[in-house]
Design a binder for this molecule. Structure first.
Ligand code: HEC
Ligand code: HEC
Length: 209
C-alpha cells in the first residue's frame, strides 16, 4: 500500500497529538496511513484541480473533513465545513451566504461562504461546539433550513452528495432549479478569483453596531 509522504512523528509526539486531537474533537485519533478505510476515502476524492490552489477555494462540494480532521492528511483541522451551491445540479457556489448553526446548548454561530461557496470553521472558533446541531443557510432573499439535526458529522459534503437520490439530499442548494439561479449569483461566481485571499467577512449579527 502506498504511504503518505509525510514525516512520521515520534510515538511520544504522536500520542500527544492524539491526545490533543481527542480533546479537541471528542473522538479517537488514528494516525495517518494506518487506517485503510480512511486512506481509501481520501484517495477517492482524487487529485487537486490544477486551476485551484490548495487553500480556501479548493475541492468545492467535497467533504473537507475527510482530510481536515484528526486523521489528516491536512495539517489544519476544521470543526465544520462545506459548500453552498445555488442550484441542484451545477457547481455554482454562493458567495457570502450565511451558514448558521445552533448547537445542543443553544449556542448560535454564523459563518460566511467565500466566492466558490466554501465555508470552514476552525476548532478555536467554536471551542464549546456540542452536537447535535441545527443548520440553516441564507443569501437574502433565499433561506433554507435543514429539518433534521446533525448528530456528529462535521462535513456537510459527507451527506450532501450528488446525485440527489433516496440516499442523499444532494448538494446544498438555495433554489430548486438552475433556471432560478439569479444572474448576479452566476456573475459573482464567475468573477471569483481563486488566487486572491477571501475577504474576512462576518455575518450581520456579528458586526459592531
Ligand atoms: C483530499 C484532501 C482534502 C480535501 C477533501 C480538502 N482539503 Fe483543504 N487542504 C488539504 C491539504 C493537504 C492542505 C494543505 C495544508 C494543510 O495540510 O492543512 C489543504 C489546505 C487547505 C486550506 C489552507 C490551510 C488553512 O487551514 O488555512 C484551506 C483553507 C482548505 N484546505 C480548505 C478546504 C475546504 C473548505 C475543503 C472542502 C470544500 C477542503 N479544504 C477539502 C487537503 C484537503
Ligand atoms: C448527517 C447527514 C447530513 C449532514 C452532515 C448535513 N446534512 Fe443537511 N440535510 C441532510 C438531509 C438528509 C436533508 C434533507 C432533510 C432535512 O432537511 O433534514 C438535509 C437538508 C439540508 C438543507 C435543506 C435543503 C433544502 O433543499 O431545503 C440545508 C440548507 C442543509 N441540509 C444544510 C446543511 C449544511 C450547511 C450542512 C453542514 C454544516 C449540512 N446540511 C450537513 C443531511 C445532512
Amino acid at each position: 500500500m502506498k504511504q503518505h509522504n509525510r514525516p512520521q512523528a515520534s510515538p511520544f509526539v504522536a500520542s500527544l497529538l492524539g491526545l490533543a486531537a481527542t480533546i479537541a474533537f471528542g473522538s479517537f485519533a488514528v494516525s495517518c496511513g494506518l487506517d485503510p478505510v480512511h486512506d481509501g476515502a481520501v484517495k477517492a476524492l482524487g487529485d487537486e484541480d490544477p486551476a485551484v490552489p490548495q487553500g480556501p477555494y479548493h475541492r468545492a462540494g467535497q467533504p473537507c473533513n475527510v482530510c481536515h480532521d484528526v486523521q489528516g492528511p491536512a495539517e489544519n483541522k476544521f470543526a465544520l465545513s462545506g459548500t453552498i451551491f445555488w442550484g441542484p445540479n451545477l457547481q455554482i457556489g454562493v458567495d457570502q451566504a450565511y451558514v448558521r448553526i445552533v448547537d445542543a446548548n443553544g449556542a448560535k454561530k454564523c459563518f460566511v461562504t467565500n466566492c466558490v461557496g466554501n465555508f470552514f470553521v476552525r476548532p478555536e472558533q467554536v471551542p464549546k461546539l456540542t452536537f447535535p446541531i441545527l443548520v440553516s443557510v441564507e443569501k437574502a432573499p433565499n433561506y433554507r433550513a435543514m429539518a433534521g439535526r446533525i448528530g456528529r458529522e462535521r462535513a456537510c459534503g459527507n451527506c450532501h452528495k450528488q446525485p440527489r437520490f433516496f440516499d442523499s439530499p444532494g448538494q446544498i442548494r438555495l433554489v430548486n432549479s438552475e433556471s432560478e439561479v439569479p444572474a448576479e449569483g452566476k456573475a459573482a461566481f464567475k468573477q471569483c478569483n481563486v488566487s486572491v485571499d477571501p475577504p474576512n467577512l462576518v455575518c450581520p449579527e456579528d458586526q459592531d453596531q
